[in-house]
Design a protein around this ligand. Sequence first.
Ligand code: NAD
Length: 459
Amino acid sequence: MSEQTTLSPGTEAVTVEAAMSDTKAVSGAITKIESRTSKVAIIGLGYVGLPLAVEFAHSGFDVCGLDISREKVDSIQRGVNYIKDVPDDLLTELVKKGKLKATTDFSILKDHDAISICVPTPLSKTHDPDLSFILSALSEVKKYLRPGHIVVLESTTYPGTTEEVLLPELASTGLNVGEDFFLAFSPERIDPGNEVFGAKNTPKVIGGVTPNCSKVCSTLYSQVIERVVTVNSTSAAEMVKLLENTFRSINIGLVNELAIMCDLLKVDIWEVIDAAATKPFGYMPFYPGPGLGGHCIPIDPSYLSWKMRSLNYRARFIDLAVEVNKSMPAHVVTKVMNALNERQKCLHGAKVLVLGIAYKRDIDDVRESPALDIVKLLRDKGAQISYHDSYAPTFCYDEICMASLELTEKNLYDQDCVLITTDHSNIDYQWVVNHSQLVVDTRNATKHIKEDRDRIVKL
Ligand SMILES: NC(=O)c1ccc[n+]([C@@H]2O[C@H](COP(=O)([O-])OP(=O)(O)OC[C@H]3O[C@@H](n4cnc5c(N)ncnc54)[C@H](O)[C@@H]3O)[C@@H](O)[C@H]2O)c1
């Protein structure tokens, strides 16, 4: 009060009033969060949204998931889990207790306090960012925006999205950011299939539009995540995610190119990497493979590259890594063709079993999987393709729909080539080699096999 009396009237007084109401709004939001009376809505119940929803519900919040997929919503309402990293029993229990619900009806946003947006951010046909899912979720949030709302975008996107795309829309309701509602970006960093780091113990980065936004949003996430790291802007938070995934894409691109070089030099790339990895400082191993897959690494760097093009700057490292990584499926097909050729066989008409269609070990996600491109390339060259993957029993890609072939001794022996594209840990690779005529291994899954090495061709 004494501070207020020393101020001159007019704008200063208004500023003090606004600052006071800010504090009230912030403390009101924080009190609700800390007492777990804030209700949480998660938009998009996929690989990212469902584990997050479960984590909030498990920490005592009332959570409602929103999805446009009736199937996913019905499944949750029945207490049936569909994401491998989420424990089945936990989801069922949370649904039974009424802590976790799901709906397709966005009007529930009115009575929910915190809203996390976890919808897909793919690339368009022309390889530009496709924000249509974010825009569609945003239009629903805007419809129901009210004072006290906390809105956090978690979908990976280019720097500037939160303040250039979300903020103007939400502010057009007449509500003020940092005073009436709180807006932040917080990249989702989960690694599906990772048994050590999940939603709870992977540190969460948050950048709010204003300091109040950062404060409220970081308080929210610190209730459920062990460590929250605040950065000074939404763009910095957006950039953190792109740095992480660009780092991976470029290093994988580098090691993929080194694999091609080693092939020409007749040097074993895997042996080189293992030996290099003994250096205790200044080096971390990345491994080559049949190409990049999943909804993140093959896509996210292109969001940054697109943004830089709009600023008349070419992201050269990104573009080169994309080029090398995209060339890997064709390189693998050439390896198969050469391996067959050395055995006086021709790829056209050869029977090839693709072992593993998911994009990485021990998960069921086939999005952007390089094995899909390899299947297509091999088919285009006239090979007779079958595949086996217990995690992905069926798949459809580019008009090709297939069902997993049972892995038996006979089915293996019938193949001219078994191509290991994903090194799932539920496969006995010694047994595979024992019963196959030729194995092309793009993952070093046969590393420990000592016998019958003449039947194995490595990337
Ligand atoms: N999958 C990962 O490993 C991972 C890791 C980190 C970050 N991300 C990022 O997280 C975001 C989500 O990825 P994901 O893997 O969970 O995708 P996903 O496809 O598994 O799930 C997205 C869900 O959103 C739903 N959806 C789409 N539009 C919607 C709308 N307008 N309203 C409500 N629901 C809608 C879909 O039906 C789907 O269930 C992406 O930006 C991705 O880049 C993904």
